[in-house]
Ligand binder design. Structure first.
Ligand SMILES: [Zn+2]
Length: 412
């Protein structure tokens, strides 16, 4: 039976969101948490965007060191040869790419305004796939932007051309959140059967159906005989109303009436990391987790009314579909209420050594401590807020990589 995988796109769609962003160190930590959670692939950045170059190169280095493994790191570019050339010129070690191009009449006419027709779209995309292969790309996904508003016959033609050019997956983008679970199931099942490639399901929440559409689309792919790769973001952060939330999508696939036990996950998902990654994304984006967020919201396991409280005390299964410990909740978190020494942009060596000492980190020499402190200062300048323990530990453990992440010199 075909399987369902996860490709998290927080470091691409998430950071593209208006008014939000992540520092390069935060993006790196997010890749590490996604790896711990068992996500198949992280769409980790934009290889043709100059300020991403050092970040992408540093993360590829972490992959080579085995720190970011087994997760795949995949870059997002437009499906044109020029972008492929630029990406590999700057980052020759890139291994995985998704190439994106618009396929709907609305976007072909509305964005290219007569400069490109349906034939040009297919030929641009196939040329880009072939160029990426020539440069040594190990896996290539092809993204049909606005697939949900694209005629199915053209989408099939586009997908078949992608397969013949050597693509490994076809991404069905419900770019505007226009689909419903019934339409996306039918469209993706037909694509799986007729294109004969694994299908990526990329959904947005403009009509409040991102998670529902994602699992329906994945079901369509599997029922059509192909693996599904659901695109998610942490806490659903993404363009406009956002993307399918990672934790909610995992819960929907593993706990819901018609899917639990009937469809198989392709990745070794460790849901006990859910709490940590959701809290981290909330901190890093500076966006609170909604109180009623599935699994990780403040109220996800809160009961107050008489009948519910009584019922859940007698047997949690009376009013809970799954337990809080499964999501890594229930461990007390320490909040400092007394004297607090922090590490920041203007910290000195004494305070910094105290902070690191509390985490059982000691330095071989005063010089080493000073070097790490300098990096911590820069990292704090970049993120505009105090670093969390994992960031301090990362800098102390991988100072050279941290330095690369923090180097934001404009390229020519
Ligand atoms: Zn999107």
């Amino acid at each position: 039976m075909p399987k369902i995988h996860f490709i998290d796109v927080t470091n691409r769609d998430g950071v593209q969101t208006a008014k939000l962003g992540l520092s390069k160190l935060e993006k790196t930590l997010l890749n590490m948490y996604l790896n711990e959670l068992g996500v198949f692939q992280s769409e980790f950045g934009f290889p043709t965007t100059k300020h991403e170059t050092n970040y992408i190169s540093a993360n590829l280095e972490l992959a080579r060191l085995g720190v970011l493994a087994p997760i795949r790191l995949e870059g997002w570019i437009r499906a044109i040869v020029a972008d492929v050339e630029t990406a590999f010129k700057r980052l020759p070690d890139l291994k995985h790419l998704n190439l994106s191009i618009s396929t709907s009449d609305q976007m072909i006419n509305g964005k290219f305004e007569g400069r490109k027709d349906h034939f040009d779209i297919v030929s641009d995309m196939t040329a880009a796939v072939e160029a990426a292969r020539q440069h040594g790309a190990e896996s290539i996904g092809v993204n049909a932007e606005d697939a949900s508003r694209t005629k199915l016959e053209y989408l099939i033609e586009f997908g078949r051309a992608a397969r013949e050019a050597g693509a490994d997956r076809l991404r069905y983008c419900d770019t505007l959140g226009y689909d419903d679970p019934f339409t996306i199931y039918d469209a993706i099942k037909a694509l799986a059967q007729k294109v004969e490639l694994p299908i990526e399901v990329h959904c947005h929440g403009d009509l409040g159906m991102a998670v529902a559409n994602s699992v329906a689309g994945a079901k369509g792919a599997v029922d059509g005989g192909q693996d599904a790769y659901i695109n998610t973001t942490v806490n659903g952060i993404g363009e406009r109303a956002g993307n399918a939330d990672l934790v909610a999508t995992i819960l929907a696939l593993t706990k819901s009436k018609g899917l639990a036990g009937k469809y198989e996950l392709g990745d070794n998902i460790d849901l006990s990391r859910a709490w940590k990654i959701a809290k981290f994304a909330s901190y890093a984006f500076d966006v609170p987790i909604p109180i009623n967020q599935p699994g990780v919201g403040d109220n996800a396991f809160a009961h107050e009314s008489g009948i519910h409280a009584d019922g859940v005390l007698k047997d949690p299964q009376n009013y809970e579909l799954y337990g809080f410990r499964e999501l890594g909740r229930g461990v007390p978190e320490i909040v400092e209420t007394g004297r607090e020494i922090g590490a920041g942009e203007y910290s000195g060596i004494s305070g910094f050594s105290h902070v690191m000492g509390k985490m059982a980190v000691s330095f071989a020499s005063k010089q080493e401590a000073n070097e790490i402190l300098e990096l911590v200062r820069y990292a704090t300048v970049e993120s505009h807020k105090p670093l969390i323990e994992d960031q301090l530990l990362f800098i102390a453990k991988y100072p050279k990589i941290a330095k690369k992440l923090l180097t934001l010199t404009p390229l020519e």
